[in-house]
Design a protein around this ligand. Structure first.
Ligand code: ADP
Length: 249
């Protein structure tokens, strides 16, 4: 039995006004699962992702990720958790346009204090594995949306996070780039990366997720394994990063 990567117990989140964004939600995610969080706008998806990312705290209940209890942690503790244990990919990439692709990818390693040579090797390896090494010295603004999202994924994987979080990663992409990023994330999922992604892209959920949950009014209304999902550990073929896990971890 694999240890859970995420354990959420009876979590509620209320803001100053309005109904609870999350209302007594419990969820366990196993290591190697790729969980797609679906649901209508306002159902609590971003709130859930923010709690797992350590960007916010629950009003009640417990959140444990990779054995680390997040609720009640200090800001400094949460910042360290975010640096060391999660990689995040956003809809609008959140890359620094003043830095080169390479420097964007190196940034998390620098913040974590990884020795320079080691960081360089890791960045090179990721850029190559994700097929963007020829753009290493370019600035992100010159790249296509799909390439920029690849850079964002490389940056997210830099510190070998046990958990990759993605918030609408195909939401701002044209259809060809979206397909490219779907393939990339599906490859990572096949290679056993634990992933939680919030998405409206049903094709992404189908190709990448091993499990989907649907939130309605801050609770889980549906929880299902994806039929035919490739089990974690199988070799990816589409993206050319099938072997990446050995290097990525
Ligand atoms: P989703 O990501 O599914 O669209 P959210 O998690 O963003 O849903 O929001 C869930 C509910 O919490 C909504 O009613 C939203 O208005 C409310 N909410 C989210 N963030 C805040 C906030 N910072 N302050 C007040 N209410 C918020």
């Amino acid at each position: 039995m694999t240890a859970p990567i995420i354990q959420i117990r009876d979590v509620s989140k209320t803001y100053d006004v309005g109904l609870p964004a999350l209302a007594g939600l419990s969820l366990e995610v196993r290591a190697g699962e790729a969980l797609a969080v679906l649901g209508p706008s306002g159902s609590g998806k971003s709130t859930l992702l923010n709690l797992v990312a350590g960007l916010d705290r629950p009003s009640e209940g417990g959140v444990t990720v990779d054995g680390v209890r997040l609720d009640g942690m200090t800001e400094a503790g949460l910042a360290r958790y975010r640096r060391e244990r999660v990689g995040m990919v956003f809809q609008f990439f959140n890359l620094l346009d003043d830095l080169t692709v390479e420097d964007n990818v190196l940034l998390p390693a620098q913040l974590a204090g990884l020795p320079r040579t080691q960081a360089w090797e890791r960045a090179r390896e990721l850029l190559e594995r994700l097929g963007i090494d020829r753009h290493a010295r370019a600035h992100p603004g010159r790249l296509s949306g799909g390439e920029r999202q690849r850079v964002a994924v490389a940056r997210a994987l830099m510190n070998r996070p046990p958990l990759l979080l993605a918030d609408e990663p195909t939401g701002a992409l044209d259809s060809a780039s979206a397909a490219d990023v779907r393939d990339l994330l599906a490859g990572l999922s096949r290679d056993g990366q634990s992933i939680v992604l919030v998405t409206h892209d049903t094709a992404l959920a189908r190709s990448c997720a091993t499990r989907t949950i649907e939130l309605v009014d801050g609770v889980i209304a549906r929880d299902s394994e994806v039929p035919g999902a490739v089990p974690a550990g199988a070799t990816g073929t589409v993206t050319g990063i099938g072997e990446a896990r050995a290097a990525v971890r």
